[in-house]
Design a binder for this molecule. Structure first.
Ligand SMILES: [Zn+2]
Length: 356
């Protein structure tokens, strides 16, 4: 990967961007994308947009969500131990023993999610999986009063672990879901800016807020941007690990290309167009399905304005919603190139409509 792009990806993934407090991450994204765009915009809730060729048509939105799953302080007990709720979908069995940052009004506070030592567990009994509300955070204070000098009910919490190379082009981070999506949207903007004279379309790269707690930013953007077509980039399940059931979840692997899904929200004409572009330009992709909902921002966007042609593309991802989400850099690069080819190929005013 281009060193400047990798540097941006690193900064983007290492900047805590919990759902409902995305401003810091959005700043990093806007600073990177601004030189490639004609204009950048933000809205009331902090969705961020970069626009190229504003008079062009059709209007294509390439969207990812910036927010990551998090926790939120619910209660502080008399001894200063902190209890919390999940923001987005967590596996509670992964949380014990992790280091966290509490994003307080006076700055970042380090904490640990406590766990009962193995020596004090009754291993003769079947262990229950804890609920999140059974777990607690220790910030090394001895009273609620002392804790409240640093943190407050409502503060958001993220794991401390950052972006690291696992091997070769495989990298891990706690929030690949989904800043790899906003990263690709920014890279599409960069690549389109290089060929700006040849582009007939208007290109809108979008970094949305609030996906993990309800596709909120995407719903706002589908309405306010009103694109002719939207391509939603999110993580997609890679099943190339020992414990997955391929009969149920299919065969998708890291490094073999982004996952293009059919069904449900995915507009058939748009999907076919993307598929043809990939084949013509020899870009590797994998096939996926969305028999019901896609579980991405596409579910909110496609319903807007009487129906917006939308396609969800997944970047293969191992260990989704854990602190060690793994992706392959080649999949990110290929996806940015693929979507740029798609945009370059669009005819003026090209429409996406199911023929009856
Ligand atoms: Zn997610």
């Amino acid at each position: 990967m281009r060193p400047e792009s990798l540097e941006f990806l690193t900064k983007l993934l290492n900047t805590p961007t919990p759902s409902s407090d995305e401003a810091r991450g959005q700043r990093v994204w806007l600073d990177y994308v601004k030189p490639f765009a004609d204009t950048v915009e933000t809205d009331t809730y902090g969705n961020a947009l970069a626009i190229l060729n504003p008079k062009g048509s059709p209007k294509i939105m390439v969207e990812g969500h910036a927010d990551e799953i998090a926790f939120q302080i619910a209660y502080i007990d008399d001894n200063g131990f902190i209890y919390f709720s999940g923001v987005g979908g967590h596996d509670p069995s992964l949380a014990s023993g992790q280091r966290v940052h509490i994003h307080g009004r006076h700055g970042e506070v380090l904490g640990v999610i406590g766990a009962l030592a193995i020596h004090m567990q009754d291993r003769s009994k079947k262990q229950d999986t804890p609920e999140l509300h059974d777990l607690f955070i220790d910030i090394g204070v001895s009273s609620r009063k002392e804790a409240e000098k640093k943190v407050a009910v409502g503060d958001l919490i993220t794991y401390t672990v950052g972006f690291q190379q696992l091997n070769g082009d495989i990298y891990i981070a706690r929030a690949c879901d989904n800043r790899i999506g906003t990263f690709v949207a920014a890279e599409v903007m960069r690549l389109c800016a290089k060929s700006r004279g040849k582009i007939k379309a208007q290109v809108v790269a979008a970094s949305a807020i609030g996906e993990e707690n309800g596709l909120y930013g995407a719903e706002m953007l589908g309405y306010s941007v009103k694109p002719d077509a939207a391509i939603v980039i999110d993580v997609g399940q890679a099943t190339d690990i020992p414990v997955t059931n391929k009969k149920r979840f299919g065969d998708t692997r890291l490094g073999l290309g982004p996952i293009l899904s059919r069904g449900s929200v995915n507009h058939p004409v748009l999907v076919k167009r993307l598929e043809d572009i990939a084949v013509k330009n020899k870009i590797a992709f994998q096939r996926g399905i969305d028999p019901r909902r896609s579980g991405t921002d596409a579910d909110a966007i496609f319903l807007q304005r009487g129906g917006i042609a939308t396609a969800a593309i997944g970047v293969p991802n191992r260990y989704m919603h854990t602190p060690v989400e793994a992706v392959h850099l080649k999949d990110l690069e290929n996806l940015a190139v693929w979507l740029t080819h798609f945009i370059l190929d669009l005819k003026p005013n090209e429409a996406f409509k199911v023929k009856i």
